[in-house]
Design a protein around this ligand. Sequence first.
Ligand code: CO8
Length: 259
Amino acid sequence: MQEYKNLLVETRDKVALVTLNRPKALNALCSELFDELNQVIAEMDNSKAIGAIVLTGSPKAFAAGADIKEMCNTNFVDNYKNNFLGHWTQITEARKPIIAAVNGFALGGGCELAMMCDIIYAGEKAVFGQPEVKLGTIPGAGGTQRLTRVVGKSKAMEMVLTGSWNLNAQDAERVGLVSKVFPADQVVDEAVKTGNKIASLSQPIIQMAKESVNQAYELSLSSGLQYERRLFQSTFATHDQKEGMTAFAEKRSPKFEDK
Ligand code: CO8
C-alpha cells in the first residue's frame, strides 16, 4: 500500500482504516493532508476489496481544524481565485460509506470533516466545536450548514457565534450529531466492526441506500420520497434483491454478489 506523509492506511477485512497522522499539529488539516485524504478516499472508493472506510485521528485529536499557520497569511483574492476549500468536500462524493471514529478534539474543520462522513462514532472524551470566530473568521466547510441541520438553529448559533461552546460526546449523541459513544479505546474497533457489517451486504444496494439518505439534505420531502421510491424500484433489477428476499423465504443467509 502507498505511503502517505500525513496519513496511515491499513485494511481490516473489507474496511479501509485511514488515520490522520500529523500528531505534532493535532492533525491540523493542511493542504497536503487534504490532498492525500482525497486521493486515498478516491482510491478506496474504487477498490473492489473495500466496502466501507473508517476515518480516525489520534487519541488526543481527530483534527484541531484547518491549519491556522498555513492559512493565516493567505488573502481573499487568491483564496477566491483558487477556490480555497473547494475540493475539501470531495470526500462527500464517495459512494462507499465513511464512518468517522472521533477521539479528542474535533474542532473547526475537524468537526466539519467528521460531519462530511456518513456515520460518526465518538469516544467518551470527544469534543465537537466551531471556534473560527475566535480567529476572526467563520466556518468554511459545513459548520454553519451541516451542523445547523443536525443540531438545530439555537445550538448551532451558540457554537458558531461564541466559538467556545463545545459539544461533548454525550451531548453530541443526545442531539444526533453522533450515533454512538464508546470508551475511547474501543471507538475505532467498533467503527471497523460496523464498516465490515455494511461491507458484508450488497455493495450496489448499500450505495443506493447512502445516495437516497443524502438526498434528504438536498430535496423537498415529496421529491425525496419520489427519489427514494425510484431507487427502491431499481433494486428489483438486481440479483441481490432476488437473493436477499429468496434467502429470507428459504430461512437461510443470503449470498450477495454485488450485482
Ligand atoms: N492549526 C495549526 N496548528 C495547530 C492547530 C491548528 N488548527 N491546532 C493545534 N495546532 C498546533 C499548535 O500550534 C501546537 O503546535 P506547536 O507545538 O508547534 O506550538 C500543537 O498543535 C499542539 O497544540 P497546543 O499546544 O495548542 O495543544 P493544547 O492541548 O494546549 O490545545 C487545542 C489544544 C485547544 C485544540 C488548541 O490547539 C487549539 O485551540 N487549536 C486551534 C483550534 C481551532 O481554532 N480550530 C479551528 C481552525 S480554523 C478552521 O478550521 C477553519 C475551517 C475551514 C474548513 C476546513 C474544511 C475541512
